[in-house]
Design a protein around this ligand. Structure first.
Ligand code: ZN
Ligand code: ZN
Length: 363
């Protein structure tokens, strides 16, 4: 899978001759080949193809999987600067997009020096938002990778539910979830799993601790994995032993809020509208101040990407965007509940990529 053609078409609309991709996420989105850190650069031009620059540690692997780009090896004699000057000259690049949201100041200065020293002067133009916009809309191949990642997470969840009982620690559950996702085919985690129980449940992004699960507590697990380069993300909150009427009430409110947000979500509405639909349900139940984060975020190559569904997201959501639907209620030092699915937006609604049940489960 590569997206060179989409990028070339977007360059035309922005009047750019090419874009230089330096972040691992955008290099992967463009080429379908993942190299971490700063060990590769991808140049995508409007009309003269794409180049993938990397060194001997990666060239064989890149040659096996790369399609649609020329692979150029970086060597001590022929560094990135030399290669780039050559390509900029050969391809007549005058306006070159760069990743303003990801490039360090030091590297920006290096590129600027290189490009202005070049006798065919070339202008650097910020292009991070162009890439973020392109990545908002997922094509069928991307969606199938994301569904694959989701299925793996759900298999891990099914297994872990059999292991949650009083005495097991949050850390043990987090470790098992990671093992299970890798076992079922994940290449990596999308982020470190969050496993919080009882009073720790009010920490939306709490770190799993040595605390043991006890009867009468909620356990919230927020986790996801990477499959074929794309992330999954899901949260389930389950109870152990028994629940109080307050716990039941909080859980049902979160579930209803999630359903309201999902029902409001479709292409063309703003993220703000979706967030508000869920927030109203929580406020009406009297828990307004305890829903302390936004309803959702985009998911894709990265676990958090555009577009968002927050109270500040004014722009209409595009069809094909994948966003999380994750309302929560957090009662400080007492308990917390969050339920999270990921949905893909369509013209008339959304399709839920998450299949795991959401009715309150008491283990
Ligand atoms: Zn999550
Ligand atoms: Zn999320």
């Amino acid at each position: 899978m590569n997206h060179f053609d989409n990028i070339s078409a977007a360059l035309e609309a922005q009047n750019l001759d090419a874009v230089l991709l330096t972040s691992a996420a955008n290099r992967f989105y463009a080429s379908g080949f993942f190299i971490p850190g700063e060990d590769a650069v991808v140049l995508v031009t409007r009309q003269s193809g794409a180049c993938f620059f990397t060194d001997a540690r990666y060239t064989e692997a890149a040659a096996r999987s790369l399609t649609g780009a020329q692979l150029l090896e970086l060597t001590p004699k022929k560094s990135l600067s030399v290669h780039l000057s050559e390509q900029i000259f050969l391809k007549g690049i005058r306006r070159l997009g760069f990743e303003d949201a990801a490039l360090t100041v030091r590297n920006y200065e290096r590129y600027q020096k290189l490009l202005t020293d070049n006798k065919h002067a070339c202008e650097l133009v910020p292009a991070s938002s162009l890439m973020l916009d392109l990545r908002k809309t997922k094509d069928p191949e991307e969606l199938s990778a994301m569904e694959g990642a989701q299925r793996i997470s759900e298999r891990a969840l099914e297994d872990i539910l059999k292991e949650i009982r009083p005495g097991v620690t949050e850390k043990e559950i987090a470790a098992r979830l990671q093992y299970l996702m890798l076992h079922y085919g994940a290449s990596d985690m999308s982020f470190d799993p969050i496993v919080v129980s009882g009073a720790n449940g009010s920490l939306p992004h709490g770190v799993p601790s040595e605390k043991q699960i006890q009867a009468g507590e909620f356990v919230t697990m927020d986790f996801g994995c990477v499959y074929k380069g794309y992330c999954s993300d899901m949260t389930r909150t389950v109870a152990v032993g028994h629940v109080s009427s307050e716990m039941w009430h909080v859980y049902q409110t979160v579930l209803e809020a999630q359903a309201a947000g999902i029902a409001a979500a479709r292409a063309g509405v703003s993220g703000k509208t979706v967030d508000a639909a869920a927030r109203e349900v929580i406020a009406a139940a009297g828990f307004g101040p305890y829903f302390t984060h936004s309803f959702g975020h985009g998911v894709g190559v990265e676990i958090h990407e555009a577009p968002n569904a927050s109270s500040r997201s004014e722009a209409p959501l595009p069809a094909g965007a994948v966003i999380s639907a994750e309302p929560g209620i957090y009662l400080p030092r007492r308990l917390g509940v969050r339920i999270e699915d990921v949905i893909v937006l369509t013209e008339d609604g959304s399709r839920n990529l998450t299949r795991a049940p959401k009715e309150l489960l008491i283990l």
